[in-house]
Design a protein around this ligand. Structure first.
Ligand SMILES: *[C@@H]1O[C@H](CO)[C@@H](O)[C@H](O)[C@H]1NC(C)=O
Ligand SMILES: *[C@@H]1O[C@H](CO)[C@@H](O)[C@H](O)[C@H]1NC(C)=O
Ligand SMILES: *[C@@H]1O[C@H](CO)[C@@H](O)[C@H](O)[C@H]1NC(C)=O
Ligand SMILES: *[C@@H]1O[C@H](CO)[C@@H](O)[C@H](O)[C@H]1NC(C)=O
Ligand SMILES: *[C@@H]1O[C@H](CO)[C@@H](O)[C@H](O)[C@H]1NC(C)=O
Ligand SMILES: *[C@@H]1O[C@H](CO)[C@@H](O)[C@H](O)[C@H]1NC(C)=O
Ligand SMILES: *[C@@H]1O[C@H](CO)[C@@H](O)[C@H](O)[C@H]1NC(C)=O
Length: 881
């Protein structure tokens, strides 16, 4: 609402027909910040937070450095007061109403103006405004926001809730976090998570300002296109949330000029805040160009203008983008299967969701700049993702996040911010949540990218599978609280506020079946219904039989370590070993570091260099290899399962791995490191999410190749297999299957052969001595999709794997930088790393089966051939042991 301008700038709303004014006075900029005993006093930027202010003023070092999360625990135990002084113009003081507006306060605060308390806050996810006209004066006005320690508040609220516990009381010790986060409406992961540090922030994390007006103030405008299938008619439902000084009769004109649609409505605004809704009929519905997810079409938008008049005076005017698309979540009986389907239909077309899960991009939201958001979201679409789930333990993202998703065609699964816990249902808690939900739905519902709301993360599963050892006699109390919060309040509000997209109570859930079972299913992970989350660190991830044949995989994944260049700035040499204190301090998932080695050890030799630093960096590499290969195997299983029902399970229509991004420099399930560097997994995603993909796997020693296609058009494809000996770059043999029809949006088996027969027909190959690549070709020989590969044995057991002695040459031409590699033998998991030079390669982590290979480097900042050459290292599997 408040323009991001530095302090004291007045903006007058355009006036065409008469006199009516609305004046905005931004109070963003430099404030003073003081702790409770006055020992710390410093300037602080608003929007911002206490940690950022302390760091900017040099009071603390980088909170992400080494063990500083533990050292800076005191910050959140203290209370902090933000103060600013401002003057107001005479014009502003004579307007009818003046509201003091906070777009976001983190979290528990008392606000006072000129010594008088004007209001309190208790919810980071709400916008607050207070009426202050009567308190403004000539000369200096003093505004104070006194923030209470979030740890103290959460503990106090827990104590006040004495009748029964609301688990988990505290995070596991390995997370080094704080207790009772479920009692405060604040980013749940800010008290620590299994991938993140504990930095319970305090601050004014969004804009602050005064809004003065004589007639009306527009608080929120939303526009939701709705399609009527039987009449083939588009309408746009526009809602104006208006703050009016007095009863105002007027006219509202809505128009979408590009679609020759305009209508005027008579309306009445009541004093105070009120919502007025209007439905604009699109007279030329057949001309509407639809918004499509990335990979399925374009994302065209139209301009919607809204103008409000009182008599002939323009009292409000706003313009926004409107995108037309419909979304359905299809849960219906499937032939040959118990259970229900679970997939999304966008504009009537079933769409397989490919993507990941989004977590907060920084512990301190003021550091999540437009550039950070744009880079992460661009990285998602660059690897063929079309969907992200905004996970329920973080924040409802800033407007720009959803604007970019709209533009890029990224579908958003939007959780409400409740995760992995039971929640209290005291009246004031419910009331603040209700306001949060209303505001967030009103803010976000105009975005076509948001395709579904989900009430919480894993709380149905936590209750159903008893994560918290709740005695069965007490279970009804918790089920009742669950239904109260998510069904009777959140779901009800969403259904009133938004008719245009589905709502699920939880994720994972059995959806319609959970509803049948009283909202908490016996087994929310049932693969016959809804979505699933699935993690297994000890089972062999190369064996697809270990994965659930689910309708929709909304979470699954494996950890890895970030690269050395990401860790280096927050560590010192004594930290650089896999068993250092630093390495275990950064690991917030119990046994995580051991699990990675265990999983890697199933198929790879573990690094054992006698040089400690090399051993450490080799270990970082092998964890990335393991993660990339594991998530590839699992994702390919889900994608090839889209058209099949086997033993009642299948028709998988979504694969969102955990997790896209990182909050700090630490081991996690992410495919992108803190700072934006792509892990090997992210490069692999580019292939395993490709629109057309060959998937190879073995079933009882028989090799099958599936052609998976997300295209709309039908193809005729054959599989082309090339077998290589580990010792030689010349193929041993090449095999071709017959051409087969592959209809758009399907997965079809197009090759099937016992491995023994395949090898018998191919020179002297054995499982141990050879590896195979395969691709899809159309009749004329043109390749569709990437080339894939299949290991016939664990690389650990491969015979003849050579040290490939790869050399690299960096070049620059008008199209950019490139690296040409030269290898003396077949090399798996070839990894190019240019340290901290931001950018990404066109391909990385690949199986090199040619003497030469050139990849391009897309630099995200200026660099040079010399700098790249000096930074470049090339590693392949044989180099690490
Ligand atoms: C004042 O607060 C700071 C920060 O919480 C604390 O380190 C210091 O000991 C306090 N000083 C006194 C005199 O209580
Ligand atoms: C913070 O404020 C609360 C409530 O006024 C008070 O109980 C607590 O002692 C204060 N904390 C500090 C460190 O002063
Ligand atoms: C959709 O259009 C049909 C036919 O014009 C009409 O009867 C029906 O009421 C419309 N539905 C809605 C929800 O507007
Ligand atoms: C590692 O942590 C342990 C336990 O906190 C401590 O005793 C030890 O001195 C630390 N080692 C180093 C090298 O810092
Ligand atoms: C490291 O491991 C490899 C493969 O297991 C083995 O051949 C080699 O001898 C080991 N080297 C050392 C120094 O232990
Ligand atoms: C790589 O270089 C080493 C040392 O010069 C050599 O022994 C080895 O044969 C080379 N590898 C290949 C595949 O040529
Ligand atoms: C690889 O590049 C080298 C050096 O440019 C060249 O001599 C060689 O012929 C190339 N090999 C192949 C198979 O193209």
């Amino acid at each position: 609402m408040i323009p991001p301008v530095d302090s004291f700038v007045c903006v007058l709303l355009c006036l065409f027909y008469g006199v009516s004014s609305e004046e905005l006075l931004s109070l963003n900029g430099k404030w003073r910040l003081l702790n409770s005993n006055g020992s710390v006093s410093l300037p602080a930027q608003v929007p911002g937070c206490v940690h950022s202010a302390l760091q900017q003023q040099g009071v603390i070092l980088d909170p992400y450095f080494r063990f500083n999360d533990a050292s800076y625990r005191w910050i959140a135990l203290d209370n902090w007061t933000y103060t600013t002084t401002f003057t107001v113009s005479a014009e502003l003081r004579v307007t009818q109403q003046v509201r003091l507006v906070f777009d976001g306060v983190d979290t528990v605060a008392s606000v006072s103006l000129n010594g008088i308390v004007v209001g309190e806050t208790d919810n980071m996810f709400r916008r607050y405004d207070f009426s202050v006209r009567h308190l403004l004066k000539d000369g200096d006005n003093v505004l104070n926001v006194a923030l209470l320690s979030p740890l103290l508040y959460a503990t106090e609220r827990r104590r006040a809730h004495s009748s029964y516990r609301v688990p988990p009381e505290c995070p596991p010790d390995v997370q080094k976090g704080e207790c009772h986060v479920n009692f405060i409406r604040k980013e749940q992961s800010s008290f620590s998570w299994d991938w993140g540090p504990s930095f319970p922030t305090l601050g004014l994390w969004k804009g602050v300002g005064l809004e003065a007006f004589d007639a009306l103030r527009l608080v929120q405008v939303s526009s939701v296109p709705l399609y009527n299938l039987s009449s083939s008619q588009w309408t746009v439902r526009v809602e104006l949330l208006v703050d009016a000084v007095q009863t105002t009769d007027g006219r509202v004109t809505l128009s979408v000029p590009e679609l020759d649609s305009e209508q005027t409505f008579l309306t009445r605004f009541q004093p105070g805040k009120n919502k007025n809704s209007f439905t604009l009929l699109i007279s030329t519905s057949s001309r509407v160009k639809l918004w499509w997810p990335s990979g399925h079409g374009d994302q065209p938008s139209y301009h919607l203008t809204v103008r409000g008049f009182q008599d002939r005076v323009l009292v409000l005017s706003t313009e926004s983008k409107v995108y037309f698309r419909s979304v359905e979540l299809v849960q219906e009986p499937l032939p040959g299967s118990p259970g229900l389907s679970f997939y999304f239909r966008i504009n009537g077309k079933p769409i397989f969701l490919k993507g990941s899960n989004w977590i907060p991009a920084h512990s301190f939201q003021d550091r999540v700049t437009p550039a950070v958001l744009r880079n992460l979201l661009q990285s998602a679409v660059d690897v063929n993702m079309n969907a992200l789930r905004v996970w329920g333990g973080g924040v409802y993202e800033q407007d720009l996040f959803y604007d970019i998703c709209d533009e890029m065609g990224i579908m958003v699964w939007q959780d409400f911010m409740f995760a992995c816990a039971m929640y209290p249902t005291e009246d004031d808690f419910i009331q603040t949540v209700r306001e949060e939900v209303v505001q967030q739905v009103q803010r976000l519902k105009s975005h076509p990218s948001v395709i579904i709301w989900s009430g919480n993360n894993e709380n149905e599963a936590a209750l159903a599978t008893d994560w918290f050892d709740i005695p069965s006699s007490q279970r009804p109390t918790y089920v009742k609280d669950y239904v109260t919060l998510y069904v009777n309040n959140i779901r009800k509000i969403v259904q009133e506020e938004d008719h245009s997209r589905p709502f699920l109570v939880s994720s994972p859930t059995n959806g319609a079946e959970s509803e049948q079972e009283g909202w908490v299913a016996a087994n929310p992970y049932d693969p016959h219904y809804g979505d699933t989350h699935f993690y297994s660190y000890t089972l062999d991830c190369w064996d697809w039989r270990t994965f659930p044949r689910t309708r929709f995989a909304s979470e699954y994944g494996f950890q890895s370590w970030p690269s050395f260049s990401t860790l280096q700035p927050v560590s010192i040499p004594e930290d650089w070993s896999y068993d250092s204190n630093f390495t275990s301090h950064r690991q917030h998932h119990a046994d995580g570091n051991q699990q990675m080695l265990l999983q890697a050890g199933l198929h790879f030799n573990l690094p054992n260099s006698t040089d400690p630093l090399k051993r450490f960096t080799d270990t970082l590499y092998i964890t990335q290899v393991m993660q990339a290969q594991c998530v590839k195997a699992q994702t390919e299983f889900y994608r090839r399962s889209r058209s099949e029902i086997i033993e009642g399970k299948g028709q998988t229509m979504g694969a969102l791995y955990w997790q896209l991004n990182d909050i700090w420099q630490a081991p996690s399930w992410s495919s992108i490191e803190f700072g934006g560097k792509w892990k090997m997994l992210h490069y692999f995603a580019q292939s395993f999410f490709a629109a057309v993909l060959p998937v190879g796997f073995e079933d009882d020693d028989t090799l099958l190749i599936y052609a998976v296609s997300d295209l709309s058009r039908d193809l005729k494809l054959r599989a082309v297999l090339t077998v290589y000996s580990w010792t030689d770059l010349d193929p041993v043999c090449t095999l071709r299957s017959d051409l087969q029809p592959v209809t758009g949006g399907s997965a079809v088996a197009i090759y099937k052969q016992p491995v023994a027969a395949l090898l018998a027909g191919c020179g002297h190959c054995t499982r141990l001595t050879c590896v195979l690549t395969f691709r899809l070709e159309e009749e004329g020989g043109s390749q569709q999709g990437p080339t894939n590969h299949h290991f016939l044995c664990s690389p650990r057991d491969a015979r003849g794997l050579q040290t490939p002695n790869i050399t690299a040459k960096v070049q620059e031409d008008p199209t950019g930088f490139s690296v040409t590699l030269h290898s003396a033998s077949v090399a798996p998991f070839v990894w190019l790393d240019v340290g901290d030079i931001a950018g990404c390669f066109s391909s990385n982590g690949f199986l090199m089966v040619s003497e030469n290979r050139t990849v391009s480097f897309n630099a995200w900042r200026p660099t040079s051939v010399a700098e790249l050459s000096a930074s470049l290292t090339v590693t392949s599997l044989r180099d690490v042991y």
